[in-house]
Design a protein. Sequence first.
Length: 269
Amino acid sequence: MEQQTIVLPKTHASIILTQLNIKDGLKAYGNTGDEAILKEVKQLHTRQALIPHIRNEMSHEERRKALKYLMFLKEKRNGTIKARGCADNRPQRVWPNKEETGLPKISIEAMMLSCAIDAKENRYIVVSDIQVAFLHADMDNNVHMLSEGTVTEMIIKLNPTIYRKNIWYNKLGKPMVYVQLKQVLYGTLQAALFFWKLLSETLQEWGLTLNPYNKCLANKDIEGKQCAIIWHFDNLKISHVSKEDVQTWKRKSTDDMLWKSSGILRHEN
């Protein structure tokens, strides 16, 4: 009798713990990894988030506080390779206080009550994710970042005229470049707070009112019915009894904040 091979599904650990650093990632994914890194850093260049600086023109304190730019590669469930860049915020942790970095968050109770109200009132719901969310917010203090090796080479490819003159090499011959962050980058200590300020101010400009007890919940009365927007970092839930009104808010959000809808749900009685 022919022996059959049983293929077991991947364990949770093998799915979750597959994020590789740039060195191991490029070994594993080759040119596809290079393309993913280039796509990731291109977002920073396109949004003019980086201002290159000449090393010798920076003070010793600015170089000391500069954050390293970290890059990781991960294979998604659909087989595509995704690069994720972030700042190493460890040098920042020694100088800001909690008042400067504290972030309002939606409470579990508020979220559960909101879902219960959605079900009771038979509301339409849009669940959205804001693409490159933090890059929408401006960095309001002086933060420098240090890029090295492969990532620096990718940055040069984006615009050699701008970046090449700021390149220097370390003792191992790796290309290095200091940049100042003009936009908020994931990983910086105040990134989420800056984005929360931007999003909350934008919603208020659109006529919504922040809940005085939970600063990640905003409401607006539309034709006598409440429209509610709840968010956690860059994930939002928009609900209203009118599908047309929900879709209008979704389109408005897409134009202004580049939200990416991840699905429309309907609670039925």
